[in-house]
Design a protein around this ligand. Sequence first.
Ligand SMILES: *[C@@H]1O[C@H](CO)[C@@H](O)[C@H](O)[C@H]1NC(C)=O
Length: 437
Amino acid sequence: MGRKRERRAGDRTDKPSGSLTESDRKGNTTTTTTTVLLLFVVPIVSVIVYRILHTPSPAAPDLPYVYRRGLVAEKIDYRQVLHENTITSENSSRRNFENPVFAYITPWNSQGYEMAKKFSNKFTHLSPVWYELKRTILLRTLQSPNAYLLRPGFSPLQLILPRVVLEAIPLDLLKKKKQRERAINLIVHLLQSPFTISSIDFCLREMGYDGIVLESWSRWAAYGILHEPGMRVTALQFVIQLGQAMHSVSLDQHKRQSLQLVYVIGPPRSKELEEYDFGPEDLRRLGDDVDGFSLMTYDFSAPQNPGPNAPLKWIHSTLELLLDATSSSGHEKLAKKIFIGINFYGNDFIVSGGLGGGPIVGREYVSLLEQHRPQLQWEKNSEEHFFLYIDNQDVKHVVFYPTLKSIATRLQEAASWGAGISIWEIGQGLEYFFDIL
Ligand SMILES: *[C@@H]1O[C@H](CO)[C@@H](O)[C@H](O)[C@H]1NC(C)=O
């Protein structure tokens, strides 16, 4: 963590001492005064002014470093991002956002494990993306050598809920009672004795899971399951049964609470709900048996319609839609269970001369800033930063990638609902993003 704060003060002192040699040759008292002024007073004043501008104000010593530096702003500069993106507060275990912070970690972006360790106190839930439920077995996905960093103990309050994607053919699973029971048993068994499945990973042997994150809705939607009212009810019933089975497991005494089931949901595509949308009714129906909802409020734009990743207004209206239909007391209880999705990746879209482009991660963003030195602009409508560049084939691109400001506004939105956040995923962001969490 190299800090480069002295550099700018140094630049300012260079100029006065350069002009000093000329004045010196003239050798009268006026120049001596000027010399003294230039040699000592100007640099000292510069340093003082610099200090005042850039040092934490004593009134707010507790603010995270990035706030004290004034980096959480609409007006930002590519140089600033390049210089500052790895610098964070000295104390990386202070939490600055009160509500739950849920973090996904993927084996294919192993920097996520390092971030999970370094900023471990900032996350209340960690979800390594590890399992797929096939026909009748639970498969472990590709493992990263960094997985050992998730060893228990570095943050006692943190819950570890691996993600399980239901890959089983939905009709098979949902139509047959035996299959459903088998799937539920597999998951409960995984949670009771994780090492029977991951015994190849010696280092994970002692890790007890605190529950799972289940992803199935998008797959059910893709298979047309949700169009059929009877099947839709069975699908919801499956989630409820799984929740009940998990909650009925008695845990070792060192665990403080029962196993947690978090369910992944997507934002409805429009105000007029379609059969495949997860709506307020569904939320209410699952509310008692599911402990949390990971709401995927991102991927608003695509190569066919280049634009922001997750306009703030859209996040807001999604929450209104999901929560408003419920009674006022139930509304608060359900809002607390929602983890509003925040993307730590961005998109680099082609805007002229064809369509294309797609997601980029932090280091690709940094490399684009280095290459193109673009002007970063704040888009008021979506409350996201973006920049334009032209590649060496003369094709114009637009890049939307999160910034401290865009993340801060989303944290405020979550706080206003009493909701938590879920980050996809912590291996893709810039290190200083974690400072404001
Ligand atoms: C860091 O912050 C935490 C939480 O606020 C506090 O308990 C701890 O004492 C701090 N550590 C240092 C070295 O200041």
